[in-house]
Design a protein around this ligand. Sequence first.
Ligand code: GLN
Length: 200
Amino acid sequence: MTAPVIGVLALQGDVREHLAALAAVGADARPVRRPGELDAVDGLVIPGGESTTISKLVDIFELREPIDKRIAGGMPVYGSCAGMIMLAAEVLDGRPDQRGFAGIEMTVRRNAFGRQVDSFEAAVEINGVPGEPFHAVFIRAPWVERVGAGVEVIGTVTGGPAADRIVAVRQGNLLATSFHPELTGDLRVHAYFAELVRAA
Ligand code: GLN
């Protein structure tokens, strides 16, 4: 079986960690900065970083329309943290000029956990990902406040002050997590996404 070609949007954020995680699960992982590079991938990861900055750079690098088109055409996309924000139809506590791809019918609150603490760790179980709960790392993370009918909630926080908050969702070929699996060496989310790209 040939390796799925998976791009990582390489404008800002923890690009290298995602490239390494994707390569480790057998994908042909490549940075994407130009429309021509986007054309060459079967799936895309939007990394954690700062959604307001990524939003600006998407316009500067003339990637907005090409990414919108690929999403409309069914390309699988996985957004982590800022990447989740970039995939949301509605963002609360965002900057007025930030714009995402609105692929997932959900409302996310930016820096949601950050009102109590900037970053924390918690256990998260993800439907469709067997084994131990994830040791999930959240860094100024969003959470999901509302999902539309077409969205499957696949992960919630299992305990502590943020218990039951929605932190992982899937709508068709679009996947988003509030947390950063690329930072913990747990490759199961990347493996799950690579499988989704292979199947698409
Ligand atoms: N707070 C950041 C944002 O609004 C997300 C943080 C992250 O990706 N680790 O985009």
